[in-house]
Write a protein that binds this ligand. Structure first.
Ligand code: ADP
Length: 548
């Protein structure tokens, strides 16, 4: 009776063991959790006073102990190279070992736990089984006891069954670890790519909420971290607190995000920002879908194309100006040349008529050349290719010389105060160009007979030239724009001009490290234009000699 019961109990115990084995370690997310499950099951089946679970790395021939249990206390694992102990033997041979009496059978086990200063544990018997996958040994399980003869063949079989379960989980966890590493590597690579991109990039989810943005996008929006709430759609952001440029961009983003939410990509479109410094952005957006085709959101890319657009516009402007301004001289040159030809063919030898036609041709050819030079200079300035050759130059002498040349033909009263010698390292030809433009403007925009005053003055650091007239003057709104390329005030329209002189002049002065500015008390009150150039620091290079 008793024997039957015992047999029944034993059968039940075996069945329970078998069903537990099926689920063993299935929940483990990592090797430490797997260790816990393996230990628990081993402790049910046998004396597991000391228990060890190790995985084996074939490539480095290293045994990595995940954890060790000793008298109910779990100790940190560690790794060691494949050696001569039982664990290493089992790994090498792939065959299990039953050690009935350790002292008699073989290399005494000396486990040393780093946590217990110097304490050596010496179990008396043990079972060590390999964890295998086909021919390969993935690791070992080992149960030990401080008693001799604590284990029999049956224990070896039980631990073998547990080890068989462990095999598939080790493979699963290795694969997961590998995948996690791969993911991490991909994420890091992606992160690096995003950060190094010059284009601004925004990622939105399927609801249209901003979930990521790269460094360039953050700079473009000039938002600090606090003012952009991740995971919130644009209409729930505190847009009123955003800087004006960011709000302009947000307004441009609304239709793009709507399109993405509807599953439509957006081809390249342009956005012009006007609130701060004028900027032209090109914007494109692509829908992101999961492999199954579900809408996941989208990527929006911004590129600053201001420079590109400006250059295109400059080319168009230059072309239009050239087209417009060359017509007259070309027509005049052609007309006079034709006239000259006709005279010569008809035998008309009137030298005065021929001379007049020839000098008209020369004059208009000069105008053409001057026009081409200006257009060339302006495009060089714009492209950052303007060459400045600096030599010791006396600004007083340059002003006197330019004004002497002008005085002979001007119908204005010209006053010059430029007696001093002011020497600096400047490009004389370019400075002449700047001054000529200011003086010819003063003459152009003021009535004949009025006075134009030109003076040069210097302090310790700068030489400043001023050109004043009693002409049409400028309002403060006009003053703010006179240095823009192609700008011409309404009041100046009756006089011919291209709106390039001041723009170019300011560029030349800036290339010398100086600045140019204008003052006027309004229409009818005359204008004053100034430019100042830096002087060499005293005493640093000794006296500078003007070029002769
Ligand atoms: P342009 O004289 O060929 O139009 P500029 O670049 O030299 O080109 O000048 C730009 C504009 O600035 C002029 O069209 C005019 O409206 C204004 N301006 C320049 N100089 C004067 C001045 N001395 N008095 C009044 N307006 C001026």
């Amino acid at each position: 009776m008793l024997g039957e019961l015992t047999a029944n109990e034993e059968l039940r115990a075996r069945l329970e063991f078998a069903s537990r084995l099926g689920a063993l370690g299935a929940d483990a997310h990592d090797f430490v959790e797997l260790f816990g499950a393996l230990y628990e099951e081993t402790a049910r089946a046998m004396d597991a006073t000391v228990f060890l679970f190790a995985v084996y790395d074939e490539a480095s021939e290293t045994v990595q102990v995940i954890r060790q249990m000793d008298r109910g206390v779990a100790h940190e694992g560690g790794s060691f190279p494949l050696g001569k102990g039982f664990t290493s033997q089992v790994i090498r041979t792939g065959a299990p070992r039953l050690i009935r009496r350790w002292s008699a059978e073989g290399p005494p086990v000396r486990l040393l736990y780093g946590t217990e200063s110097g304490e050596l544990v010496a179990p008396q018997s043990g079972v060590v089984v390999p964890i295998r996958s086909g021919e390969r040994v993935l690791g070992v399980l080992s149960a030990q006891s401080y008693r001799p003869d604590a284990y029999e063949e049956a224990h070896l079989l039980s631990l073998g069954a547990i080890a068989a379960q462990a095999g598939s989980h080790i493979k699963r966890l290795h694969a997961t670890e590998q995948m996690a590493l791969e993911h991490e590597r991909h994420a890091l690579q992606l992160e690096a790519v995003l950060a190094s991109m010059n284009d601004a990039l925004l990622i939105v989810d399927a609801r249209g909420a901003i979930v990521r943005l790269n460094r360039a996008a953050r700079e473009l929006l000039s938002l600090d971290g606090a003012s952009l709430v991740f995971g919130q759609p644009l209409d729930r952001q505190r847009l009123e607190q955003w800087p004006i440029t960011a709000r302009e961009i947000a307004a441009a983003l609304v239709p793009v995000i709507d399109a993405l939410r509807a599953g439509t990509s957006v081809d390249e479109a342009e956005v012009e920002l006007r609130a701060g410094e004028r900027r032209v952005l090109s914007l494109a957006a692509s829908v992101l879908r999961s492999p199954k085709g579900e809408l996941q959101g989208g990527v929006i890319v911004f590129r600053d194309i201001t420079g590109q657009r400006d250059l295109e516009r400059l080319r168009e402007d230059i072309f239009t100006m050239a087209w417009h301004d060359m017509q007259t001289p070309i027509t005049v040159i052609r007309g006079h040349a034709e006239l000259l030809l006709r005279r010569l063919s008809s035998g008309d030898r009137d030298p005065n008529a021929a001379k007049a036609a020839a000098s008209a041709i020369v004059k208009h050819a000069d105008r053409l050349a001057e026009l081409l030079t200006t257009l060339f200079d302006v495009s060089c300035l714009e492209a950052g290719l303007l060459s400045i050759s600096q030599w010791p130059t006396d600004l007083g002498a340059v002003v006197r010389d330019v004004m002497d040349g002008i005085r002979s033909t001007a119908r204005h009263d010209i006053e010059v105060r430029a007696d001093q010698t002011i020497v600096g390292e400047w490009d004389e030809r370019r400075i002449r160009q700047v001054l000529m433009n200011l003086v010819s403007n003063a003459l152009k925009y003021s009535p004949e007979g009025s006075t134009v005053r030109v003076s040069v003055a210097a302090d310790e650091h700068h030489a400043t030239v001023s050109v004043r007239d009693d002409g049409i003057g400028l309002t403060s709104a006009e003053l703010a724009q006179v240095f823009r390329r192609g700008y011409r005030a309404e009041s100046a329209r009756r006089v011919t001009g291209r709106g390039l002189g001041l723009y170019f002049g300011r560029g030349i002065v800036a290339a010398h490290g100086g600045r140019m500015w204008a003052e006027s008390a309004g229409h009818g009150h005359g204008s004053a234009f100034y430019f100042s150039l830096p002087l060499p620091e005293h005493g640093s290079d000794g006296p500078v000699e003007p070029r002769t």
